[in-house]
Design a protein around this ligand. Structure first.
Ligand SMILES: Nc1ncnc2c1ncn2[C@@H]1O[C@H](COP(=O)(O)OP(=O)(O)O)[C@@H](O)[C@H]1O
Ligand SMILES: [Mg+2]
Length: 229
């Protein structure tokens, strides 16, 4: 079976005032379609950096990233942007909605870019599915944190990406709201039949995934099914 995510010997070194910093030091990982993987590790271990590389938002210094069997490492910017639109959805800790667009527009725009003709109708359906049918015309600034993350989830899943990446999606929310969002995240993963790659430092959230990969100082130190991790 073709892997949904295949990372081969990923290295990332970034410049800093004190000289080059090794952030990822040779990470290899293969994720099968439909799998739920939690990337767990302490702050600064390189989780967000690995997600950015795997999702094609940051080029690795060395190594290869394949998504759905396609090597994205050598792609030019336009080709990569097009590929991401068709295959990858991302949710961030701080929502990353466009503040000058309504909830409906935030979800509809990526659908339009992906070539959907009924983008606004579909966006409405996606927002209804996350419980925001009554907030379509609200701007992000008029929504609570939990509601903003629901919009971000609807936006990420609307194009039916094969891989859904989430970086600490509950990190900016109170416990109760965070639980609602993580429940919704897993429900959307199941409904849309995506692969889920979830970055978190919360053991409890990680245990809801089928597999837990532990990162420390830019290296994988453990990789096991959640029942045995
Ligand atoms: N643009 C950058 N330039 C230099 N160092 C960075 C940059 N971004 C992150 N880092 C460093 O890389 C390490 C890993 O960061 P990050 O991937 O954000 O970790 P995590 O998400 O696990 O907290 C940290 O030590 C951080 O300071
Ligand atoms: Mg991070």
């Amino acid at each position: 079976m073709t892997a949904a995510i295949d990372l081969h010997d990923i290295r990332l070194t970034l410049p800093s005032a004190a000289g080059p910093v090794k952030i990822l030091c040779g990470v290899s990982l293969s994720v099968v379609p439909g799998e739920t993987v939690a990337l767990l590790g302490p702050s600064g271990s390189g989780k967000s950096s690995l997600l950015m590389v795997a999702a094609g938002l940051e080029a690795p210094t060395a190594g290869r990233v394949c998504i759905d069997g396609t090597d994205i490492t050598k792609m030019g910017e336009d080709e990569l942007a097009r590929f991401r639109r068709g295959h990858i959805g991302i949710v961030f800790q701080s929502f990353h909605l466009i503040p000058t667009m309504t909830a409906l527009e935030n979800v509809a725009v990526p659908l339009e870019l992906a070539g959907a003709r009924d983008a606004f109708d579909r966006a409405k359906t996606e927002l209804e599915a996350v419980g925001l049918g009554k907030r379509l015309d609200h701007y992000p600034g008029q929504l609570s944190g939990g509601e903003q993350q629901r919009v971000a989830l609807a936006r990420a899943i609307a194009t039916r990406p094969s891989v859904l990446f989430a970086d600490e999606p509950t990190g900016n929310l109170d416990t109760q709201t965070g639980e609602e969002i993580s429940e919704l995240l897993f429900a959307l993963h199941t409904r849309a039949k995506t692969t889920l790659f979830l970055v978190t430092h919360e053991e409890r959230l990680a245990r809801q995934c089928g597999r837990i990969v532990r990162l420390r100082d830019g290296l994988i130190v453990a990789d096991a099914s959640a029942s045995s991790a």
